[in-house]
Every structure is written in structure tokens, then in C-alpha cells.
Design a binder for this molecule. Structure first.
Ligand code: ZN
Length: 302
């Protein structure tokens, strides 16, 4: 008793140290269990098509976040400070380049191009400064391989899985390419009037022409003179359908169509997919298939 009485402060200290040690030893296991979801690679994509491709290549190994909100047209979107923060904290940032997501350039450069940030337009031969590369399935395959390279670079231990995933998705894109090549082979009309200038890569691949009502960005509204010129061209080419988009107002396309006695059809540049559409199971491949169905009507293909 004498010993305890004399040494009680030491005893309390010992008990305190033991409890600290116990806490330190047990804490890591608790931390591991709460963090298991976060052990996935954090990938951030600037807009829908890149996110969709990254989800296919990354599979279960990645969490993909999209900056441009669903159903929002990306050309004029500006991310919030919180979103920029999330990009800084990500393992990999994927963006399009060529002005589609111009806000991404400074943060991409900060993360290191070809290190933590990869630019999709760096993998293809561009038509002037047109950013709409994802709309050609052949170029989409190159994007998928680029995303595979990026994932393999930041997470080399899972290279084989990323490669296998990329190959599986590329098979789907090859089937899409074959459907387009076959579907648009024999058509009565090879000129298509579209909403904004988004389909140059697709048109080049499958040998048709596009006349766009607005410019490379949907916000570039045409002058009255330009509209009259398009109406004249469309009449001359006996165009029966004017295409409009899902994320921008169809007003101009409708006005033009009624002026020349044409009908309207959707030609979706897949710059964003609404929540309803995603819930209904729509994705890049299925929307590209819908686009092909409408193109075959518009171009009067056999
Ligand atoms: Zn666009």
C-alpha cells in the first residue's frame, strides 16, 4: 500500500500511456474500414463523354466525378471554387482542351500535363480548333486508349485491368463505327443542317457535309443574313430535315425548318446527358445509335 500511495501519480501515468498505446494500435484498423471506398482512384472529368469513357476504362478501381453538371451545356460552364478544390485533390484530371473547357487549362497545367492531368485533344489530329472529337467513334477509341495510358501512368499496378477494360469498350466503339459506315453508305442526301458546329469529325469520317446554324459554340448566334443563306442552301439541296440539340433551345432550328417546309429531328452532340436520360439507361453508345437512326432518316439512306 505504501508503494501505491507513494507512486500513484506514476501509476496514473502508466495507465494513461497504456490507453494511448491501445488507441493508437486500434485506430489504424478503424481508419482502414472507413476509408475503403476512398481507396479507389479519384478521377475528375471536365464533362460527360470523358467521364463516361473513364468509367469504362477504370471500372471498379475508380470513382469518376464530372465537373459540368448533368444536362448543362459545357461550352460556357464555369466551375465553382469547391469543384476546383476537388480537382486539385484528385489523382487524375481529364479534360477535352481546345476551348470546350477553357477554364481547365490553368488548373491542368498546375497538376502537370501528362502527369496528373491529361488532355483528350492531344491524342487526335484536329480540324482547325474544333473541340468536338468525341463525336467520331474512331477518335473516341483514341480517347479511350489515352485514358488507359493516363490511368496506367498514375496507377501502374492495375495496368492489366485497365487495358482489358479499355479493349472491351473499344470493341463497343468499333461496332458503332461499323454501324455508321454501313448505315450512311448509300444515302440520297449527303448534306445535313445541324444546330451548332459539332459534327465536323463525324461528317469527315463518314463522308457527309454539315451546315451549322450557330458556330463552334451554341452561343455564337447567326446573323439574319447567315440564316437566310442557310435557308437558301437547304432549299437548293432539297433538305427535308433540320437537326436540333437537346441542351440548347430548338427555336432557331424550328424557325428555319418552318421557313423551308422541313421537319426537325434530334442530333445530339452528347455534351451532357440529363438525369432522366441517364436514369433511362441512355449513354454515349446508345445516343450515338439514336443519332445514326435520325441521320439515316435525314440523309434518306437505304
Ligand atoms: Zn459543342
Amino acid at each position: 500500500m505504501h508503494f501505491l500511495k507513494k507512486n500513484w501519480p506514476v501509476l496514473i501515468l502508466v495507465l494513461f500511456v497504456v490507453s494511448i498505446v491501445t488507441w493508437v494500435l486500434t485506430a489504424p484498423s478503424q481508419k482502414q474500414s472507413t476509408n475503403s471506398a476512398d481507396q479507389k482512384l479519384r478521377v475528375v472529368a471536365s464533362f460527360y463523354p470523358i467521364a463516361e469513357f473513364a468509367r469504362h476504362v477504370g471500372g471498379d478501381l475508380v470513382n469518376v466525378e464530372t465537373i459540368t453538371p448533368v444536362g448543362v451545356e459545357p461550352h460556357e460552364y464555369e466551375p465553382t471554387a469547391q469543384q476546383l478544390e476537388r480537382i486539385s485533390e484528385s489523382d487524375l484530371f481529364l479534360y477535352n482542351g481546345e476551348g470546350l473547357d477553357a477554364w481547365a487549362d490553368p488548373i491542368g497545367a498546375k497538376l502537370g500535363i501528362g502527369e496528373r492531368s491529361w488532355i483528350m485533344s492531344h491524342t487526335v489530329t484536329l480540324i482547325e480548333h474544333d473541340p468536338h472529337i468525341w463525336l467520331n467513334p474512331v477518335l473516341a477509341k483514341q480517347e479511350v486508349m489515352w485514358i488507359y495510358s493516363a490511368l496506367s501512368y498514375v496507377d501502374p499496378t492495375h495496368d492489366a485491368i485497365y487495358k482489358q477494360n479499355a479493349e472491351a469498350y473499344i470493341n463497343q466503339l468499333s461496332a458503332l463505327d461499323e454501324a455508321y459506315a454501313h448505315g450512311l453508305k448509300t444515302c440520297a442526301n449527303r448534306t445535313v443542317v445541324t444546330s451548332h458546329e459539332a459534327f465536323a469529325y463525324l461528317a469527315k469520317q463518314y463522308k457527309f457535309e454539315t451546315i451549322a446554324i450557330t458556330g463552334l459554340s451554341p452561343e455564337e448566334e447567326p446573323s439574319a443574313g447567315r440564316l437566310a443563306e442557310i435557308a437558301k442552301l437547304a432549299k437548293e439541296k432539297q433538305i427535308k430535315y433540320i437537326f436540333f440539340e437537346t441542351l440548347v433551345s430548338p427555336k432557331l432550328a424550328q424557325t428555319l425548318a418552318s421557313e423551308i417546309g422541313a421537319q426537325t429531328l434530334v442530333f445530339d452532340p452528347i455534351e451532357g446527358v440529363s438525369e432522366e436520360d441517364q436514369a433511362a439507361g441512355k449513354n454515349y453508345v446508345s445516343i450515338m445509335q439514336e443519332n445514326l437512326t435520325n441521320l439515316k432518316i435525314g440523309m434518306m439512306c437505304q
